[in-house]
Design a protein around this ligand. Sequence first.
Ligand code: NAD
Length: 358
Amino acid sequence: MRIVVLPGDGIGPEIAAATSAVLRAASERFQLNVAIEEHAVGHDSLRLFGATVRPGLLEIVRAADGLILGPTATFDFKDEQSGEINPSKFFRKSLDLFANVRPARTYPGLHNRFGAFDLVVVRENTEGFYSDRNMEQGNGELLVTPDVAISLRRVTRHCCERIAKAACQLAMRRSKRLTIVHKANVLKIGDGMFLDICRATAGEFPGLAVDDILVDAMMAHVVRQPDRFDVIVSTNMFGDILSDLTAELSGSLGLGGSLNVGASHAMAQAAHGSAPDIAGRDVANPFSLILSMALLLAWHGERSGAARFESAARAIENAVAAAIGGGRATRDVGGQLGTAATGQAIVDILASNDNRPV
Ligand code: NAD
C-alpha cells in the first residue's frame, strides 16, 4: 500500500510525524507492506514551488492507495491566482471525496461531563456554503459594493443522494439509527431538498429508524444527550461545525479524526485546523490524525478484502483507547506527554500485547 503524507502547516508536521511512526509500526506488526511518501503542501510548498499545492502533486496522490493530509493554514490562502490554493478543498474536489466521515466517541478513563457516546457525523463534502468549491468557474462569494457581500450556497440532487446513501449504509452497519440535521425551516429550498432526499433514501433501507433535527436545536440536543445519536447526516458547513462540537464533547478537538471518501480514493484528515496557537511546542494531540489514518487503513482493507488492514485499524483504535486510559497521552486528554512521546506510546502499545479492545 503506497500512502502519500502531506504534513501541512502549524501543528501538521508534528502530528504527521507521530502518525507516520504509528503507521510504520502497524505496517510491521500486521505485515501491511506500507510505503510512505512525503511531500510538501501549504506554506512549505508555497515557499518551495510557488503554490500551496504544486503541479504534479495530484497525479502522485491519484496513483497512490491513500492520502494523509495534515491541517493547513487555509485562512492565510486568499488568492488562488498567486498559488494560494486551499489544499483541503483541492483534494476533496479533485478526487471527488464527497463524504466526510467524522466519528466521535468517549473513552474510559477520560472524564467527560456529557456521558458516554459513540456517534458518526457524515458530512457532505463537495458543495454547500463553501464558496471555493461550489462553482465551475469563479467563486461563490461576491463583493457587490465595498459594504455588500453575497455568499452563495449550492445544493444539488446528485450530491444529496450520494451523501444520504453513504450515511444510510453506514447506519445499517451500526445501530440502524439515522438523524438528519438541517435548516429546512429557513433554507426551504436547499435544505428542503436535502431533507426530502435523505428521508426518501432512508425509506429504501428497511429497519432504519430516521429522525431529523434543526441544526440550531441540534447544538442543544447533542450536548444534552449525545448518546441519543448514532449516525448523523448533514450538509457541508453544518456538518463541519457539528463535528468539531462532537469531537470536543468526546474529550478534545484533538481526538477528531476523519476520512474523506469517494468512489475510488480516500483522504485521512484531522477534523481540526493547523492550531497556530500551539504549533512547534510538542503539545498537540496527534490522535486526531492517527485515528484518521486508522480509518484509511480500514477503508483500504474493506475495498481490497485484506482483513489485516482492518485488524491494524482496530488495533490502532484500541491502542489509542489504552493510551488514554493509562494517561499516556497529551495534556488536552489528561496525560503529561508531548506529541512525539504520545505517538511513541501508540507504537509501544502496538508492539506489545497491550492493545486489547477497550
Ligand atoms: P483550529 O482547529 O486549528 O484550533 C482550534 C482550537 O483547538 C485551538 O485552541 C487549538 O489549539 C486547538 N486544537 C486544534 N487541534 C488540536 C490538537 N490536535 N491538539 C490539541 N489542541 C488542538 O482552528 P483555528 O485556530 O481557528 O484555525 C487555524 C488555521 O487552521 C486557520 O488557518 C484555519 O483556516 C485552518 N483550518 C484548516 C483546516 C484543515 O486544514 N482541514 C480545518 C479548519 C481550520
